[in-house]
Design a protein around this ligand. Structure first.
Ligand code: NI
Length: 135
């Protein structure tokens, strides 16, 4: 019997979307305001879903305190109040779009959580724009 548990988290970060190999004109056309050379920020909301069997000894799928601490260490401490393009090596050669940020976060969490869990990451860049990985 599998159950999904969720943990929400939050971080603020700045970024700029652009493709180094394109002209300024093409970057402006494709990315618009998100290509602002002086950066812009988002209040990112993260939803981490963990699916697993209920442990009969604890009644838990995963101890949410443990999940909270892993998200804090891997995501919040790494990205909160950072410029994703300049401060975070993960995005040195990767456009910090919501899609790419979600995949990076998934990989970081995947590395910390037991293989018996399925995980899924949902990242809100705004209240209305969000992405999910894996699908
Ligand atoms: Ni943006």
């Amino acid at each position: 019997m599998k159950v999904a548990v969720y943990r929400k988290a939050h971080f603020n970060a700045a970024h700029r979307l652009y493709n180094k190999s394109w002209s300024q004109e093409k970057n402006d056309k494709v990315f618009g305001l998100c290509n602002n050379a002086n950066w812009h920020g988002h209040n990112y909301e993260l939803l981490v879903k963990v699916i697993g069997e209920i442990n009969p000894d604890t009644g838990y799928v995963i101890d949410l305190k443990v999940l909270k601490d892993i998200i804090k260490e891997e995501v919040e401490e790494r990205f909160d109040h950072k410029n994703l393009n300049l401060d975070c090596p993960e995005f040195e050669n990767l456009n910090p779009s919501a899609e790419n940020i979600a995949v990076v976060i998934y990989d970081l969490l995947r590395g910390r959580l037991d293989k018996c869990f399925e995980i899924q990451v949902r990242l809100y860049e705004t209240e209305r724009n969000f992405v999910e990985y894996p699908v």
